[in-house]
Design a protein around this ligand. Structure first.
Ligand code: DGL
Length: 251
């Protein structure tokens, strides 16, 4: 069974990619909705949540855990790996390298939470590419809250997105990295605000491939499976209806 967690619905953007690659697996998704958002919390707080959720997923039979959250990865992936050295964890980080390879303008824009942008993983990555490209960044202010409320388009979504994306465009970014797993649900709005010439990079497909590589035991994928994938969703907040999950997974 593949365990996967996020502060809320964001990780469903990653789950969707993993399920499309590995449809024969069982999935246990944990939305830490009672503690969302993680982005403004302290590192210690997020580490505690990541430890508690990982323990729960393992007790329920997870054989691998995908930390489908850039903020939780930035704060806790080292602690998780040190606590369970033989257990496979897949983490996420902003896709600086693919963006640096793609840009023509020489400026890349990173959208992520405050927690991710001040994490040492990101700062190291930024430093590594700083002699090749100009890296500019902005918190997707209010994006997580919109997605948690299910507001994925319309005037409120557009003005919220514009406020955080415009500074990246003004700095000359022609490539924008979605460095938070909630943000892909706003991708149509981000695309509209950024215009057709800006490339938007979502690292979720690469995370799905890494999950496949690290999976200890792979279920044979029956290509004739056309029914619903085997996904259980738990939440620390209000329970999440199947309709809501189906809606997010179909986006
Ligand atoms: N979805 C998360 C991420 O990838 C965290 C968002 C939040 O809770 O602030 O960073």
């Amino acid at each position: 069974m593949i365990g996967i967690f996020d502060s809320g619905f964001g990780g469903l953007s990653v789950l969707k990619e993993i399920v499309s690659l590995l449809p024969g697996e069982k999935y246990l998704y944990y939305a830490d909705s009672a503690h969302c958002p993680y982005g403004e919390k302290t590192r210690e707080y997020v580490i505690d949540r990541a430890l508690a959720i990982s323990r729960l997923l393992m007790e329920r039979g997870a054989e691998i855990i995908v930390v489908a959250c850039n903020t939780a990865t930035a704060a806790a992936i080292r602690t998780l790996r040190a606590t369970w050295p033989d257990f496979p964890f897949v983490g996420m980080e902003p896709a600086v390298k693919p963006a640096a390879l793609h840009t023509q303008s020489g400026v890349i824009g990173i959208l992520a939470t405050a927690g991710t942008l001040k994490g040492s993983n990101y700062l190291d990555l930024r430093e590594k590419y700083s002699d090749k490209v100009k890296v500019t960044e902005h918190v997707g202010q209010g994006f997580v809250e919109l997605v948690e409320k299910g507001i994925l388009d319309g005037p409120e979504a557009e003005s919220t997105v514009r406020a955080s994306v415009s500074p990246l465009l003004d700095a000359g970014a022609d490539t924008i990295v979605l460095g938070c797993t909630h943000y892909p649900f706003l991708e149509p709005v981000i695309r509209r605000v950024a215009g057709p010439d800006v490339e938007i990079i979502n690292p979720a497909p690469a995370v799905a491939r890494q999950t496949e590589r690290l999976l200890p035991r792979r279920q044979e994928t029956d290509k004739s499976i056309t029914g619903h994938p085997d996904i259980t969703v738990l939440s620390s907040g209000p329970s999440i209806s199947n309709d809501t999950i189906a809606r997010f997974l179909s986006l």
